[in-house]
Ligand binder design. Structure first.
Ligand code: ZN
Length: 117
């Protein structure tokens, strides 16, 4: 949490190290005490295994494989989310209204849902 990063070995067993930055544009780590959840899903598109899974309450839930087109759309959405987060962080000294933050979160969530379809 100190470095806002989580790492784990790929759940397929290939041995690759998966590094997930923890910020609103990337992943969120929920600590449940004995277990953790990492959201959204982990898509190891650049690994030979190309595994895709969720880590929820300490369990690995395997997700379906994604086509090249789906992966491109996910990456484009991730890129947009990073840009939005960078803009938000650059305005961190300015007062923000809670409704603006909520709208931003909802917008990103809707984009994420669209990428899944
Ligand atoms: Zn793997």
């Amino acid at each position: 949490m100190k470095y806002r990063t989580a790492t784990h070995l790929c759940c397929c067993g290939c041995g690759m190290e998966v590094v997930t930055p923890l910020n609103p544009a990337k992943w969120h780590l929920s600590d449940h005490g004995a277990t953790v959840s990492l959201h959204p899903s982990i898509g190891n598109w650049s690994f030979p295994c190309r595994s895709h899974y969720w880590i929820t309450s300490g369990k690995v839930l395997w997700a379906s494989a994604m086509s090249e087109g789906q992966i491109r759309r996910v990456r484009a959405g991730d890129h947009r989310a990073v840009e939005v987060e960078a803009q938000r962080e650059s305005r961190v000294d300015q007062p923000r209204e809670e409704t603006t933050q909520s709208a931003s979160w909802v917008t990103r969530f809707i984009e994420w849902l669209r990428r899944l379809l």
